[in-house]
Design a protein around this ligand. Structure first.
Ligand code: ZN
Length: 501
């Protein structure tokens, strides 16, 4: 390419290097660092963040973007060059709107709020957290005002995580599938005695769990030459390069699910990052395109594959060998039903596939209303419980099991939750398309052959990195925008068989 474009790329590579160094410090903090290191680490990360932000939002970046843009004029929309300039210009225009003292204040407020939230949740005392949350919501609304929005502040917030989406559009997508979810859950509840998950709650040696998790994610296609797995309190996946994408997990010696399904979930995120096109390495395009699309990958592997009968035809004999006392006398069907038990419960992260999106719809309503000033923060616990009762027919017995359960608000991540539900819908939509294109996928999975699906995902989704927005990508891959039809069909078919509906 030309000199101007190359200069832009080199400049952006410096910013990327600073961001990835920050990412590595965060990974270290959550997996290795002694607790005493926290204050120094916060300062180190803040310095890197400040330099990266200044470098990216500088006039120099604007000038380089203009120069490169002129130089590459006429390049096709989906070329690496046109995509880089287009996507980076949007990133730039968003970030440059935010005054740096507002960013710094929000960073300070959230880093202090985390401890306050953790204590409030432990003590089951919302009032302790209330002032921090009031401050964070206030600052977040200011961020939205600087970014600009059409109808309400929440529009600007959700756009940060799923570019191009609006509150009204999310509401439309949610309203379109909520009644079907509610009806399905009610039908399942009437037959709840048909499924027990008791076999999952036994003693499971942690080293054996680790060995099995590693074996599974490696078979799925997570590349350990370019990755590794460690333990973290709140599991995550993180990428510093397509050739260094790490996952974390956590173990419960009396419950199989967290490590096993958690590892598959994070490996789903990680395989997306490992398979981004090589040419995008070191550029701002070298990552997954949106949180919703990212979540579609983790949930597809965790649920549509990891909780499928076919997958366990292959994996269950191996699990029985590792845990003969626990599973030697359990048949495949009992195990398959156990991992697919549906039951309304209080905690989102433990929710099954059928109830999960309702947890998100509840948070979406509350977030959009509190940022629009329609709900006072002091009234949140009551609002949460009333709506929870209306959604699920049960009332949280405590705020720790209700409004205080999630870490997101303490981190200033308001507008993030909807992407989890969008990810479920996209997973079903993409998977449906994958099977249409490669009909052998389900049979291959039952043989332990996962590269048919993985290759299709790489070709159609992963390799593009951030070149296309979630909406552009979904239309390219499936021929239509995001919809809930495939997800509902998937759930109805699966649970009709399991629960005999
Ligand atoms: Zn995830």
């Amino acid at each position: 390419m030309g000199a101007k474009y190359d200069a832009l790329k080199a400049h952006l590579a410096d910013v990327e290097n600073l961001n990835h160094a920050q990412g590595l410090l965060n990974w270290d903090q959550q997996t290795q660092m002694p607790p005493g290191g926290a204050p120094a680490r916060a300062a180190q990360v803040a310095t890197l963040a400040r330099i990266a932000h200044e470098m990216f939002t500088s006039d120099e970046t604007a000038k380089m973007l203009d120069d490169a843009d002129a130089e590459i004029a006429g390049m096709p929309y989906d070329s690496d060059e046109a995509s880089l300039v287009r996507v980076v210009r949007q990133d730039y225009e968003d970030l440059v709107k935010l005054p740096s003292d507002l960013v710094a204040e929000l960073t300070r407020a959230t880093s202090m709020a985390h401890e306050v939230w953790a204590k409030a949740r432990e003590d089951n005392h919302f009032r302790t957290f209330q002032p921090s949350l009031e401050k964070i919501v206030d600052l977040t609304v200011q961020v939205a005002e600087h970014l600009g929005f059409q109808d309400q502040p929440y529009d600007a917030l959700v756009d940060q995580y799923e570019r191009g989406i609006t509150t009204a559009r999310i509401k439309e997508i949610f309203d379109a599938h909520k009644p079907a979810l509610v009806a399905l859950i009610a039908a399942i509840q009437a037959r709840s005695d048909r499924v027990s998950d008791a076999v999952l709650h036994q003693e499971f040696d942690v080293d054996q769990q680790r060995a099995f998790s590693v074996e599974v994610v490696q078979a799925l296609g997570y590349d350990f030459n370019r990755g590794r797995i460690d333990v973290a309190v709140h599991p995550f996946a993180t990428s510093f390069s397509r050739n260094d994408v790490r996952i974390t997990t956590r173990f419960n010696a009396r419950w199989l699910n967290p490590a096993l399904f958690g590892s598959i979930h994070e490996a789903g995120h990680a395989m997306y990052e490992q398979n981004v096109g090589e040419a995008l390495e070191g550029t701002p395009l070298g990552a997954g395109t949106s949180l919703g699309v990212h979540e579609s990958q983790s949930r597809m592997w965790e649920n549509m594959i990891g909780r499928s009968k076919g997958f366990w035809c292959w994996a269950f004999p191996r699990l029985q060998t590792i845990f003969p006392a626990q599973f030697g006398r359990v048949d495949l069907d009992t195990f398959y039903r156990a991992i697919n038990k549906v039951q309304p419960s209080f905690i989102r992260v433990e929710a099954d596939e059928a109830t999960y999106n309702l947890h998100i719809m509840l948070r979406f309503e509350l977030e959009s209303e509190m940022t629009a000033g329609k709900i006072r923060i002091g009234d949140l616990p009551e609002e949460w419980n009333d709506r929870f009762e209306a959604f699920f027919g049960i009332t949280p017995p405590s705020d720790s099991l209700g409004v205080l359960q999630d870490v997101h608000w303490s981190m200033g991540l308001i507008g993030y939750f909807p992407t989890y539900a969008l990810g479920n819908l996209l997973a079903a939509q993409y998977y449906q398309k994958a099977i249409q294109a490669r009909p052998s996928i389900p049979d291959d999975i039952a043989q332990g052959k996962f590269d048919t699906l993985r290759t299709w995902l790489t070709e159609n989704i992963h390799q593009h990195g951030r070149k296309f927005t979630s909406d552009e990508l979904t239309r390219r891959v499936t021929g239509e925008p995001i919809q809930s039809r495939d997800y509902i069909h998937y759930l109805q078919t699966k649970f009709a068989e399991i629960y005999g509906l």
